[in-house]
Ligand binder design. Structure first.
Ligand SMILES: [Zn+2]
Length: 540
């Protein structure tokens, strides 16, 4: 049967037995019996121009290497799955200023390792934060020459920076983020309702998205978040500070629902402006967002790999690797998030991201018996005084590059259908995340004209998460020691990639021969963002 092609770029069609009339050095070819092409799981042969980095043809069958001119780089990955390169729309890279927490080199290398070909960097915890054009320029300068994958940047919303927002849009930021509760770092204060109103008015007609860390302390509350540790009755902690339940009790679902109601109450000020709730945890917020969407409010949410795979009941005393905000909730909440997510057509949760938010081991206050603790696991070497305090520990989970395996492992644990889950993962982590940040015309799907970004996913293989699978700077993650199903064998970024999977793993680990292939640079990418200034983000 003759394969057929999509798209119009050459080479675009082929008769059986013929070879393509193509300059050998200008294309590279990847194929598999299983690829996610425009939401279908199908056999595919994908031709990528090594000059433009774009996909020039897709044939819906596995063509043999002999179909292409001698010398054409060709890899048949069957039966592994070709996924679009993942777009992780929520990553904290922390450079400059807190590079010891994470940096462009380590963070993007960890991303590439896990099939992520685009990360979008959050506007905090670097110093300066990306709340001014000057801060954005510092970010770009710090990223230059260090990135293994494409990188985009968000801008930040803090009290008093309204005048910076339009210039930041012109500067290419992929959206904005603000906090309704203490962010944990002093240079990125929370905004008030009056600040949000001013932001909505300023950005009402801009081609951007405004996102919120949606936790807010209700006026009458039994908790004051992390400050609970110093509080007297009735706001005192409900139990020992190293007990996870005490921490969970201090950040109830009502923090999320109250914040979301506050955002929704102001949404009429900018009816055309897409709004987005980052890292939704509480299922109690789902009905109110569904209702708002039904009423025409342009609001979407994301959730994170950790809310879909970890549960409060499993978290051991003092295991602060699990601290993040909003918190990981009970198993029933996790089940509810999955249920919502799987309702693809109507789900308010459109994307799944990492919220990779690391810090140095000392700030995690991990007791010495837990992997990832400061100073390792040397018996009796350090005092555990003050360790395991969920309130004083830094909140954030490291997982960039592990996401697709986490999701797959959990989906298989839940006995979800294989083919549908593969398509769903591409939907949540590639297509929709690209859309969220206005890059859907070049990222997030395998289609002619898109960037040649491909994640080669071996859905049968397993690996144990240890240091050699955590390429981020600080090897401290709640996934350490867990066995995950699903291994990314290879990552292609705009037509540049490794050979077979094991070879690439070695390349990445050694940093050899991969850097110059992997990245044509954040700079090039960023220049192209400049071309997108007059495009309005689509909403979905
Ligand atoms: Zn975050």
């Amino acid at each position: 049967m003759a394969p057929y092609a999509t798209g119009t770029d050459t080479p675009h069609s082929i008769d059986a037995g013929e070879t393509l009339n193509t300059n050998t050095s200008d294309i590279t070819v990847v194929a598999s019996t299983r690829a996610v092409v425009e939401d279908r799981l199908t056999a595919a042969t994908i031709v990528i121009s090594t000059i433009t980095g774009k996909i020039t043809s897709i044939f819906h069958s596995v063509l043999p290497a002999s179909s292409f001119p001698a010398g054409t780089p060709y890899t048949d990955y069957s039966p592994h799955v070709l996924l679009p390169g993942l777009v992780d729309a929520h990553v904290h890279l922390n450079e400059p200023g807190r590079t010891e927490w994470e940096g462009f080199w380590t963070g993007t290398r960890a991303a590439a390792f896990g099939g992520v070909t685009t990360v979008v960097d959050m506007p905090l915890n670097a110093i300066p934060p990306t709340t001014t054009v000057a801060g954005l320029k510092e970010k770009i300068a710090a990223a230059e020459g260090q990135c293994w994958v494409d990188v985009g940047f968000y801008g930040g919303i803090v009290p008093g920076n309204v005048h910076e927002l339009k210039p930041l849009v012109r500067g290419g930021v992929r959206g904005f983020k603000g906090f309704l509760i203490d962010s944990g770092v002093e240079e990125f204060p929370a905004v008030s309702s009056a600040d949000i109103a001013a932001v909505f008015e300023e950005l009402a007609d801009e081609p951007t998205t405004v996102m919120f860390h949606a936790e807010m302390i209700p006026p009458i509350s039994a908790s004051v978040g992390d400050d609970v540790q110093w509080s007297l009755p009735p706001l005192e902690p409900s139990g020992p500070l190293d007990r996870y339940q005490t921490f969970l009790d201090s950040r109830p679902s009502s923090f999320e629902t109250y914040a979301i109601l506050e955002i929704l109450s102001l949404a009429h000020l900018a009816p055309k402006l897409p709004l987005h709730v980052v890292h939704l945890s509480a299922i109690e917020a789902i009905p109110m967002i569904r209702q708002a969407r039904a009423n025409g409010v342009k609001i979407t949410t994301e959730t994170c790999f950790h809310y879909l795979s970890l549960a409060a009941e499993q978290i051991q005393e003092g295991d602060t690797r699990h601290k993040c905000c909003p918190p990981i909730r009970e198993q029933a909440n996790q089940d509810g998030l999955w249920q919502e997510l799987l309702d693809r057509k109507d789900s308010i949760i459109k994307t799944v991201v990492s919220d990779h938010s690391p810090c140095t081991p000392n700030l995690k206050l991990l007791p010495s018996h837990l992997p990832g603790a400061e100073g390792g696991l040397k018996a009796g070497c350090s005092s555990d005084q003050g360790k395991g305090d969920f309130f004083s520990a830094w909140g954030g989970i490291s997982s960039v590059g592990l996401g697709i395996s986490i999701l797959w492992t959990e989906a298989m644990r839940r006995s979800l259908p294989v083919d549908e889950t593969i398509r769903n993962m591409a939907f949540w982590c590639c297509g929709n995340t690209a859309k969220q940040v206005g890059l859907e015309h070049r990222k997030g799907s395998l289609k002619v004209g898109m960037d040649g970004d491909v994640a080669v996913f071996d859905d049968e293989a397993k690996f144990e998460v240890q240091s050699n699978a955590m390429l981020f700077r600080n090897k401290c993650s709640p996934y350490q020691g867990k066995t995950l199903k699903g291994v990314v064998r290879d990552t292609w970024l705009r037509g540049f990639g490794g050979r077979d999977g094991d070879e690439r793993w070695r390349c990445v680990l050694l940093g050899a021969g991969y850097k110059q292939q992997a990245v044509r640079g954040v700079y090039l990418y960023f220049e192209r963002c400049g071309l997108m200034m007059h495009e309005r983000l689509s909403h979905y």
